[in-house]
Design a protein around this ligand. Sequence first.
Ligand SMILES: [Zn+2]
Length: 327
Amino acid sequence: MRYVDRSTEPEPPCLKDPSNAVKAEKLGAISYYTLSARIPGKKLASYNFSAYGEFEVKSSLRRLFKNKCAYCEGPLTGDMDVEHFRPKGGVTEDDQHDGYWWLTHSWSNLLASCPHCNQSRRCHLVPQHATVADFLKLQSTQATASYGKANQFPIQGQRATYTAQDLTVERALLIDPTAENPELYFKWSREGHYSVALPTAINLWSQSRGLAAIDVFALNRLYLVHDRTVRLNEMRTQAELILGLLEKDMRDGGNQACVDEAIVRVRELKSAYGPRTWYTAMVKAFVEEFTAALRERVITPAPMIVMNDFLPTGQDSDDAVPDAEVV
Ligand SMILES: [Zn+2]
């Protein structure tokens, strides 16, 4: 998950200047949820919304998220779900809550998501130290448990309602990648064969949020881990080539051709986590660690350009990253 600057894409006109369909749904929902006869302690069935999924909303979300899922960063080559960060039709953790229906057409509540992150689907999760044999065993076994966000929205504070809409008191555990920098909450296991997402442990709060995201979005589901590992292995191959070139340079007592090629390959590695490629949070973490380690290895005096190329880049995407959340 990477930060995405929502201000780079204008709010779709059908939401900003509400279209007749959006206006009608808003009014219909207010009437439904506030005037309906209620059975005390029981939530209403979800109102039948559809106008939030108009074509211009979908195309705006695809542009904003560069055809990637907001949560797993997988390619949205097929279906794209218009995801409500705060679920519109109910809340899994509170069976009496009607859901954040009043945010159904709010641009700030909409994200582009793949169906696997957004919907509850049966799948396997890959443990941190899974071997190839473990992976193949999972692959050949029918999954029985379901994972994926659906109506999950865990909080540690006071849940907002239509009559008490202050979202800041919720202390939401899930991370909205358009509102804060998700990179603070994840690290990526690389000791094992597979690229498995893990929470950072800066403090208990950040750890809880990282864990919640990994759990709710199923960020370690089988085929996502597979695709992320393919990407990781591409990086590993590049890194090994660079190390080989630098070792040859040392063995030869100086070999400018090897250094030049290593520089080119380091630049290629750094460009591998631009905003338009897949699984860039993992790739960025890999490249930053690798280039930092590489810099330590360059013991002999080297031209300044070499040193600069081995430094991790600071700003790497189209999107400025916000400061860490104050907790
Ligand atoms: Zn996804």
